[in-house]
Design a protein around this ligand. Sequence first.
Ligand code: C5P
Length: 232
Amino acid sequence: MGKDVIIACDFNSKEEVLAFLDKFTGRKPYVKIGMELFYSAGPEIVKEIKARGHKIFLDLKLHDIPNTVKKSMAVLSRLDVDMCNLHAGGTIAMMEAALEGLVRPDGTRPLLIAVTQLTSTSQERMEADLLIKEPIEEVVMHYAHNAKLAGLDGVVCSPREATAVHNKCGKDFLTVTPGVRFADGDVGDQVRVMTPAQAKEIGSDYIVVGRPITAAADPVAAYNRCVAEFVD
Ligand code: C5P
């Protein structure tokens, strides 16, 4: 499985995202489309970006009863996305149903990745709000293992968890890691960050990079720097 840099295209309109992607006249970046853009621009934006030659990670984090998730995944799969995701908290049965829904008539399907515990959830909130008393690192690893048991392809995780996930679930189980920053760049609101080179070193399979590219004075140069550090 090839390593790649995924740009988090956190824009809220079709015009903005297409103007941004117009800048990339060479290598076509892998694009992450999240809830904000999908809910504002609709499924058409996925088709349009796909038609321009980009791979797409559709980051909608599904979580519902297995039957609903299965049918929804079938709809998303028909948009010809390359990767999509769900919450592992929906249980193994939900994840298995999602995988079934994703398989296209020709037998192909997008990669399916699980979110374990959101990085915005602290140990304290998990214990008080969710009544989960175990250490959050154990919960993350348990959810990753559940995703593996359900047949999923990998998890979204912090670069700092990537090695542990590979140790528990195997080196082919994909780790998709946000929280990436250049050594000389702004950290912003991300707390535990790694450079693209460090993420490569510890075995991340895909890095998800947003503002270090989208807010750069020269986004194409910033993207090329990520590729040079992480992929080449
Ligand atoms: O701009 P930045 O590089 O921080 O963007 C990171 C992207 O990855 C955003 O789309 C953010 O929502 C997403 N993400 C994250 N941390 C997670 C899961 C997803 O930053 N744990």
